[in-house]
Design a protein around this ligand. Structure first.
Ligand code: ZN
Length: 306
């Protein structure tokens, strides 16, 4: 007999919406819907799927949503729970939280960024277990970061947009970057589309000998060093498709990033975590690609506990 509450999780991404119903990573059923350009249609399919799961498994106790953004996380705002200024066609000004609430009016529904949800999932079941101060970063189509500080997910004024921090250019690198807002911000230099724009080749097919990997790992290290200096996290989890390293391999990618972080910090911050402990300080997510949807389940479980 499983007495843990049954909850629902929604990981809303720019290309797909992943839904799960269950009690945790070892016990979940899931469905995946292409995000498309018609939010009403896909969210209707999502809520229908949860109703079917309730018929199959029993009543849900809460639903958690981790969404791509930018999103409005201010409960006092008239557009709380909206995806706001996204460039994704059709999804601008989408009331994702309200749509789910109207479909399940009796249920508590939690809402946060996709990366904050992933951070929470990794804390509950993964690479950040037992930690109250850490950062979860994803490098893929874009770059985003979820921050936990003092045991709380950081929202602040809007929410952190760490993918758009500025980092110093490597001398001799003429690549202009791909961010439509900033050109050569971190996302503009290091996202999957940036790697493709730099080389003409998708990141996963770039030769291990290409200078693109040296630029990538150096720029990632410069950004991580900034994060270490700004937030003093106890661990950094680096997820998404790019850190898998493609033909370079995940071990070499992480090895190069760690060596570059050591070089950039240059011994200034004194902690064993940044010296002999570096292999355990900058790590891949334990939940892998499931971090986001498991995090959405964790948001829902927190809602039940309230
Ligand atoms: Zn940018």
């Amino acid at each position: 007999m499983n007495d843990r509450p049954l909850v629902g999780g929604i990981e809303a991404g720019g290309t797909k919406i992943v839904c799960a119903a269950g009690t945790g990573p070892g016990d979940l059923s899931r469905a995946v819907f292409p995000s498309g350009s018609d939010p009403d249609a896909v969210l209707s399919a999502v809520t229908d799927w949860f109703r079917e799961e309730e018929t199959r498994r029993g009543p849900l106790h809460a639903i958690g949503i981790g969404s791509f953004g930018p999103v409005d996380l201010d409960p006092a705002s008239p557009t709380y729970g909206f995806i706001t200024s996204t460039p994704k066609t059709g999804w601008r000004n989408t009331d994702i939280l309200g749509t789910v609430r109207r479909a399940f009016p009796a249920l508590p529904v939690a809402f946060d960024t996709d990366v904050n949800a992933a951070a929470l999932g990794e804390q509950r079941w993964g690479a950040a277990a037992g930690l109250d101060d850490f950062v979860y970063i994803t490098i893929g189509t874009g770059i985003g970061a979820g921050v936990m500080a003092g045991g709380r997910l950081v929202h602040g004024l809007v929410h952190p947009e760490m993918g758009h921090i500025r980092i110093p250019r490597i001398p001799g690198d003429a690549f202009e970057g791909v961010c439509p807002f900033h050109g050569d911000c971190w996302e503009g230099l290091c996202s999957g589309p940036a790697m493709k724009a730099r080389t003409g080749t998708p990141a996963e097919e770039i030769s291990p000998d290409s200078s693109a990997w040296r630029f990538e790992t150096r720029y990632v290290a410069l950004a991580l060093a900034n994060i270490v200096c700004a937030l003093s996290p106890r661990r950094i989890i680096l997820g998404g498709s790019v850190p898998n390293g493609g033909l370079l391999g995940i071990e070499r990618f992480f090895g190069m990033v760690r060596a570059e972080v050591r070089d950039v910090l240059d011994g200034y911050i004194v902690s064993p975590a940044l010296e002999e402990g570096l292999d355990g300080y900058i790590v891949p997510p334990s939940l892998g690609a499931d971090a986001g949807v498991c995090g959405a389940l964790a948001l829902a479980l927190d809602e039940v506990e309230k």
